[in-house]
Design a protein around this ligand. Structure first.
Ligand SMILES: Nc1ncnc2c1ncn2[C@@H]1O[C@H](COP(=O)(O)OP(=O)(O)OP(=O)(O)O)[C@@H](O)[C@H]1O
Ligand SMILES: [Mg+2]
Length: 260
């Protein structure tokens, strides 16, 4: 494993384009004595066509990093690029368009609209954009995620795992270049979790999409090409070609630091 050096940019691919990039990314919530520094000068690159996992203790800034990289949250300092576009300089309209065209996001809290059915939630982003869904692809997504017989149900009529799968389907339905998934298997039984992971892996291997996934599960992280480790708002380590055992060992070192 690499030793973190001051000037190291984590996640940097040996060569090749980046799907998203952050430079000196700092995100503070609140002000004065109650200010929380969720991200502290993060430099990171997300390689295009690769599967990157983000791990770290609760509160380390994983969701914040994903939201900032996806252009869903404004940054306090620093710069963020999606592909060639420096998003911190875009206006709201340009950013919305870029996000709509390139980014799919699976939220940790699902963010499904309660008044719409599962099926309507899945195609909502495309309906808003006035874009016709590729029905064959949407069907593949729905069947792979096992949602065919739940399409007419509203979120409140679905289990947590089913809602999570609807949230995944919504992010994948428009086949975006860049998919962010915040603990997409957190509420799933092992079989559904495995199906979601296999689907994300396939999106990268066969469809050349880029996936960034937050997870607490070493087994899930082992499906990625690279794991970035966050602690206290900084990327402190990375692990290419992870195995579940190696990831678990690395996570235990966080626990030890916490206990001392
Ligand atoms: N809207 C907010 N207002 C104030 N503080 C926030 C807000 N969102 C996040 N934070 C704080 O920023 C820090 C990072 O939060 P974040 O949600 O990114 O953590 P995380 O690594 O995703 O944790 P978890 O594994 O529990 O999801 C935390 O200390 C959190 O309390
Ligand atoms: Mg989170």
């Amino acid at each position: 494993m690499s030793t973190p050096a001051q000037e190291q940019v984590f996640g940097r691919a040996p060569s090749g384009p980046t799907a998203a990039r952050a430079e000196g990314l700092t995100k503070a919530y609140g002000s004065g004595e109650t200010q929380v520094l969720a991200l502290d000068s993060v430099d990171a690159e997300i390689a295009r066509g690769r599967f990157t996992a983000i791990m770290g203790p609760s509160g380390s800034g994983k969701s914040t990093l994903m939201h900032c990289l996806a252009g869903l949250d404004n940054v306090t300092r620093g710069q963020v690029w999606i592909g060639e576009h420096e998003i911190t300089s875009l206006n709201e309209r340009e950013l919305t368009r870029l996000r709509r065209d390139k980014v799919g996001f699976v939220f940790q809290s699902f963010n499904l609209l309660p008044t719409l059915t599962a099926g309507e939630n899945i195609t909502l982003p495309m309906d808003i954009a006035g874009r016709k869904p590729d029905q064959e692809w949407v069907d593949t997504v729905i069947d792979t995620l096992g949602l065919r017989d739940r399409l007419r149900h509203r979120p409140a009529q679905l289990s947590g795992g089913q809602q999570q799968r609807v949230a995944c389907a919504r992010a994948l339905a428009s086949r975006p270049e860049l998919i962010f998934a915040d603990e997409p298997t957190g509420n799933l039984d092992s079989r559904s979790g495995e199906e979601v992971l296999a689907f994300l892996r396939r999106a990268v291997d066969e469809l050349h999409q880029t996936v960034v996934m937050v997870t607490h599960d070493p087994g899930a992280a082992a499906r990625a090409d690279l794991v970035l480790f966050l602690a206290d708002g900084r990327i402190v380590d990375e692990m290419p070609n992870p195995t579940a055992e190696a990831v678990l060992d690395r996570m235990k070192r966080f626990d030890r630091i916490r206990e001392t």
